[in-house]
Ligand binder design. Structure first.
Ligand code: SF4
Length: 415
């Protein structure tokens, strides 16, 4: 049996599903329990220092797992070996295979079965579908293009095939992922063409769109999110900052005016979709005025439901690191107080949404009999919906929102 341990974001979960499909096609059975397995595949994350530290901790545990029973097979996969490839200096001898992010061919080759078609395999109602690999945006602080290479859109026929497989495996919600899903396109169209195509083929499944770069937001996407009944009214739209000066230094090719225009068009809908955004505070050279512009932006748009804040991490290999090294970053207490202020802005957004949602009847996907997540909240990362009486699980049910408590909601199933 083989156990796959996945670290990091939903994109890695999509990759792990494909690794699972390859292993199954080669005759391996899957288990969630490392002690039952004789092979362990560790799919790591390494985009910033804390993720590397977490991955290294998991590597230590995996090595202990291997050494405790003779004959166990250990595979190191994902962003950690992609970012720090084997330079021949040693230390990787304990691994039976070291392979980079989404390297399906390396896994199939190791299993001596190059003919395996990489198809997703997994279980659960919340699944992820990767539509592209890599990123060509070149944000100056980001290691992802170093790890995953330039943007390559997947073939639409493969995406449509994999989507049907996820549905046949019991998916009730499919998260569309990629480093920049708005950049996806093929001869027939862009993400605003692909999303309705998938949604109409599987009308009883929710589709949720993640990671759209604001510069690559197709005009028609608002209509798709508004009109398609099973494309949930939700969009992950990471702005990273809202000061023109900081955005320029970050290498993000938009400005505050363009951001306001995009978010105003979402706000203007009668029922704006929920926007999850992420921001970086403490970027080199970020002044108090820059930061206040960010707060002003975050508190000016009623569509913003969730704000995810990261402190800037100087990462070797990035353009910003080459420019400023570890200098130019505001001092630690300033960064902490700015993170706290973004947290306050996030709470203000939650209050706006509480006013909008309390008393309404909305759809919830029941993840367990005690709780689920709404159309406005992504599973695992956003707030949960807590049932006043057991419901589901594994079903989409209508509920009245009794009360919003921070990011969570107390809800009563409609009988
Ligand atoms: S768009 Fe995202 S993944 Fe791509 S370079 Fe910028 S921050 Fe990194």
């Amino acid at each position: 049996m083989v156990c796959i341990v996945t670290m990091g974001c939903p994109k890695n979960e999509a990759d792990s599903d494909t690794f699972a499909g390859i292993l199954k096609a080669a005759g391996w059975r899957l288990t969630d329990t490392p002690d039952e397995a004789c092979m362990l595949l560790l799919n790591t994350c390494a985009f910033i220092d804390p993720a590397i530290a977490e991955s290294m901790e998991a590597v230590k545990e995996a090595l202990d797992w291997k050494q405790s029973v003779e004959g166990r097979i250990l595979i190191l996969a994902g962003c950690l070996p992609s970012r720090f490839p084997d330079d021949g200096s040693g230390g990787l001898e304990e691994f039976d295979l070291v392979m980079g992010a989404a390297d399906n061919a390396a896994l199939a080759g190791y299993l001596s079965n190059d003919a395996i078609v990489p198809l997703p395999s997994g279980s659960g109602t919340n699944r992820y579908l990767r539509i592209s690999e890599g990123c060509s945006n070149g944000c100056r602080y980001c290691t992802i293009p170093l790890i995953r290479g330039r943007h390559i859109p997947r073939d639409p026929a493969e995406i449509i095939r994999d989507c049907s497989i996820l549905v046949s495996q019991g998916a009730l919600e499919i998260g569309i992922v990629g480093q920049d899903t708005g950049a996806w396109s093929c001869g027939d169209g862009d993400i605003a063409w692909l999303l309705p195509k998938l949604a109409r083929e599987h009308p009883s499944v929710w589709f949720r769109l993640y990671y759209v770069h604001p510069s690559h937001f197709p005009k028609d996407l608002i209509r798709v999110i508004h009109d398609e009944p099973n494309v949930v009214p939700y969009i992950e739209l990471p702005v990273q900052h809202a000061s023109d000066a900081v955005l320029r230094r970050m290498g993000r090719p938009y400005d505050r005016m363009m951001l306001d225009a995009l978010f105003d068009s979402l706000d203007a809908l009668q029922e704006p979709p929920a926007v999850r955004t992420s921001v970086i505070t403490g970027y080199p050279g970020e002044t108090e005025e820059d930061f206040q512009q960010l707060i002003d932006f975050l508190t000016s748009h009623r569509c913003i439901r969730t704000i995810c804040a990261f402190p800037y991490w100087p990462e070797e290999g990035t353009a910003e690191f080459a420019r400023t090294g570890r200098a130019g970053v505001p001092d630690a207490s300033t960064v902490q107080s700015r993170l706290a202020a973004v947290g306050d802005a996030g709470q203000a957004c939650q209050l706006v949404w509480a006013d909008r949602l309390e008393g309404n009847v909305i759809e919830i996907l029941a993840d367990t009999s005690e709780s689920g997540h709404s159309v406005y909240d992504a599973p695992a990362v956003d707030g949960a919906s807590i049932f006043s009486s057991p419901a589901g699980p594994g079903a989409i049910i209508l509920c009245t929102v009794d009360e919003c408590v921070g990011a969570d909601m107390l809800v009563t199933p409609v009988r």
